[in-house]
Design a protein around this ligand. Structure first.
Ligand SMILES: Cc1cc2nc3c(=O)[nH]c(=O)nc-3n(C[C@H](O)[C@H](O)[C@H](O)COP(=O)(O)O)c2cc1C
Length: 172
């Protein structure tokens, strides 16, 4: 299960397939569908109760997850491109739509993620962008200040484009 192990082989999600998972407030998996289990290479029982970073790929900038958690905790949904790592070290790209899940009194009780296949052409933008953000993150002494610097960078890029993060995602 070492995160250092990667095959370089990409798994492709079919256009008519959706990866679904639900988590509790801390990001521990409470539900996964069969497509999730197949793409990630784990059984339903192996995923149940595990932290969602189980499938985190090392190329994924931490600042994107910071943005994701900040957005969700503020009660809003977010769309993001994500590269994930399968159990055997393969990887797969998705466009994730992540939303808070509310109870009848309006309290956030967990989070849901619905992921679909990507349009290949977005990778021409996303791969170099994420590589640049990762480089920024590791160029600082500690992860926290690296992540903050990368977040500042992405915020500046969005400000220059006059776009919110979601607008940027859908402009690709
Ligand atoms: C509903 C939901 C779905 C998530 N899906 C993924 C995912 O597919 N891949 C991933 O790496 N992180 C996902 N995360 C974020 C992880 O919880 C975690 O923040 C991230 O992997 C970064 O790992 P770290 O917190 O250990 O730095 C998800 C979080 C939530 C709330």
């Amino acid at each position: 299960l070492s995160s250092a192990h990667l095959t370089g082989k990409e798994r492709i999600l079919a256009d008519n397939e959706f990866i679904v998972s639900k988590t509790d407030l801390k990001g521990f998996i409470t539900y996964s569908n069969e497509v999730f289990q197949r793409m990630a290479g784990y059984s339903e029982m192996e995923l149940m109760g595990k932290p969602h970073n189980l499938i985190r790929h090392p190329d994924m900038p931490h600042c994107v997850f910071k943005l994701l958690w900040d957005t969700l905790k503020s009660g809003k949904e977010i769309f993001a491109y994500v590269i994930n790592r399968s159990r055997n070290g393969d990887h797969y790209w998705v466009l994730a739509h992540v939303t808070p899940d509310y109870d009848s009194s309006g309290q956030i009780i967990g989070y849901n993620s619905f992921r679909r296949s990507i349009d290949r052409k977005v990778l021409e933008t996303i791969i170099p962008l994420y590589a640049m953000l990762r480089e920024e993150e590791v160029s600082h002494g500690d992860l926290r200040s690296g992540m903050q610097a990368a977040l500042t960078k992405v915020t500046k890029i969005l400000a220059e484009k006059g776009m919110t993060y979601d607008q940027f995602v859908f402009s690709l």
